[in-house]
Design a binder for this molecule. Structure first.
Ligand code: ATP
Ligand code: MG
Length: 564
């Protein structure tokens, strides 16, 4: 639904149109002529891989610009030399494109280091910034508390000339890390603690991933973000709620520096149940080997979701459905799963794969083999059909047989009948066990008249199960994923978050897939009939296919929780 800024819309009509608060602001700003075109930016710090929270921010920033004919820059917020790497930059670009968005310009805050340095001198020249020799502990004490005013630094009244000279010397590398900082000169008793002479620059003798050793002073977030926004002419700088207290400083700096008046707007960050979205903590999971890497399919990163088989469409749909909130909340992970199921149901090719095989011998089948047509996707006729080979030795799912079934058990039991999907009705005549009493094989008969599509056997069976022909089947490792954590609200825990990891988040099964799966490619999406949605994993080789379960067919998890 395209939303254009039409002058006939009043505020109440904005509500009727179901606009979120940011769309209302943008419509108002376009309508009043404040801007001809809106400019947004997505500003990741390249210190990790993007996660679902970033996907929300991407959909919001790029989505707004798309809906209102504006533009969005991809700006790497790379002002911290020690945590940033080029590897992250490349992956972030890949993820944004994969989600379906294209930026107007690829920019780096580090490209503005010269301009930012000049802006700092401008502030000094206006008597609004000073070089402070206090230690970080002394500065912390000077700050006071929310209920107690701070105190002025003994270096606060240095002259403009002295500050200019010292700041230049800081840049030239005359001082050690931490020896001096540049601070804004605002008000040490300001109600907003961030306005109590905040740090603007610090000394850090470190190699930067792009500027190398050119700089040994680096701007703080507050002296980089808003200034970069202004340099780029960003109209709406959208960030998460924790930056609300920074807004005063954002505006103060823009005002005093007399630069382009970008404006900051805040929305609630995305938090989801049973997972956690903080690059720092995700990095810890990787480093401490709780997961196999940033793209381990249990991780909430975009790269992990891609590997696991989530589609960009389903992630965008999810971001759309959760909307834009002004207050922190916790979104049910089940909603994302709902979105991916909904999309995969439409596009996934149906395939038969037995995850936990039990051998079935059909004693009266003497045709050798035959090919049975089966639809690729009942939701999409254009997906066509394929031929499934059938023969006298099959595998079925172990759990589709019960020796002593309860009433109303419609799958296979001794003497009972079941339909093999797209094939025949079979009846179990004999159960073979090993020394331990474990069922190893079923001997069955089939009814030639009961062939799917031309059944005139007169038999009526309720259960339909999937199967594969043993001699044609392809061995497949199947990786089943569950929640990474056992605790729904990780934001409220007091102990170490790794204590809450779910030890059963990965189960590996070795099954058999129908032969068509030999041609599977990583971007293909499958519904393994009756077991879930799957995709080929990048660990797959010609010798061994490996599949990831993207999501179960139904919300199995909610059900088991309900029982407990
Ligand atoms: P993290 O805490 O995971 O490191 P961050 O906010 O430091 O996240 P950045 O790379 O600085 O990560 O974020 C880039 C953009 O994505 C910012 O505008 C940020 O507000 C937004 N963002 C990050 N996490 C979330 C989230 N959970 N929900 C919505 N937006 C987010
Ligand atoms: Mg950040």
């Amino acid at each position: 639904m395209p939303r254009f800024a039409l002058s006939i819309y009043s505020n109440t009509m904005a509500e009727e149109k179901g606009l979120n608060f940011l769309e209302e602001i943008v419509e108002k700003d376009l309508k009043s002529g404040k801007y001809q075109q809106i400019v947004t930016r997505f500003p990741p710090e390249p210190n990790g891989y993007l996660h679902l929270g970033h996907a929300k921010s991407i959909c919001l920033n790029f989505g707004l610009a798309k809906d209102y004919n504006g533009k969005t820059n991809l700006r790497f917020d790379d002002t911290n030399p020690v945590t940033e790497e080029t590897e992250y930059v490349e992956n972030i670009k890949y993820d944004v494109r994969w989600l379906g968005f294209e930026w107007a310009e690829e920019l780096y805050a580090s490209d503005y280091f010269d301009q930012l340095y000049q802006l700092a001198h401008k502030l000094i020249a206006k008597g609004l910034a000073y070089v402070d020799d206090s230690t970080s502990e002394e500065i912390a004490i000077q700050k006071g508390t929310p209920t107690k005013a701070g105190t002025n630094s003994p270096y606060r009244d240095r002259t403009i000339e002295e500050n200019t000279k010292l700041f230049q010397e800081m840049k030239e590398g005359k001082y050690k890390d931490g020896a001096k900082v540049l601070r804004a000169k605002i008000d040490m008793s300001h109600a907003n603690m961030l306005m109590r002479d905040p740090l603007l620059y610090r000394i850090k003798h470190a190699t930067h991933h792009r500027t190398g050793d050119k700089w040994c002073i680096y701007p703080m977030y507050d002296f980089a973000h808003g200034q970069s926004d202004a340099i780029e002419g960003v109209t709406h700088s959208i960030c998460t709620l924790e930056f609300v207290p920074h807004r005063d400083l954002y505006n103060w700096l823009i005002d005093k520096l007399e630069i382009y008046p970008s404006r900051q707007y805040e929305f609630a960050r995305l938090n989801m149940t049973y997972t956690m979205m903080s690059k720092r903590k995700l990095l810890q999971l990787v480093n401490e080997k709780y997961v196999k890497g940033w793209d381990d399919p249990r991780m909430p990163t975009i790269s992990a979701m891609r590997r696991r088989g989530f589609t960009p469409e389903s992630i965008r749909d999810f971001c759309d459905r959760i909307g834009v909130a002004k207050r922190d909340n916790l979104i049910d992970f089940g909603l994302l799963e709902f979105c991916v199921r909904d999309h995969l149901n439409k596009i996934a090719l149906r395939r038969m794969v037995v995850l936990d095989p039990l051998k079935v011998v059909i004693t009266n089948y003497d045709k050798g083999e035959e090919l049975l047509p089966s639809e690729n996707n009942p939701e999409d006729e254009s997906a066509g059909s394929r031929d499934l080979p059938f023969s006298n030795i099959l595998y079925i799912e172990k759990e589709d047989f019960m020796e002593n079934p309860p009433k109303k058990y419609f799958r296979l039991a001794p003497g009972g009948m079941v339909r093999l999907k797209s094939a025949y009705i079979i009846q179990c005549e004999e159960v073979i066990k090993d020394d331990k009493g474990e069922v190893t094989e079923l001997r069955c008969v089939y009814f030639p008249e009961s062939k799917s599509g031309s059944d005139n056997s007169g038999l009526s069976v309720k259960g339909v199960i999937h199967w594969v022909s043993a001699q044609h089947a392809v061995p497949a490792e199947v990786r089943l994923y569950d929640r990474l954590f056992n605790t729904a609200d990780l934001g409220s825990i007091e102990d170490e978050f790794t204590n809450h990891l779910n030890p059963d988040s990965l189960t590996i099964q070795n099954g058999f897939a129908e032969p068509a799966m030999r041609e599977a490619k990583p971007e293909d999406r499958f519904q393994f009939m009756r077991t879930g949605y799957f995709c080929l994993d990048t660990d797959s080789t010609n010798e061994k296919l490996v599949f990831n379960r993207t999501v179960t067919l139904r919300d199995m998890w909610a059900k088991t929780q309900g029982k407990g």
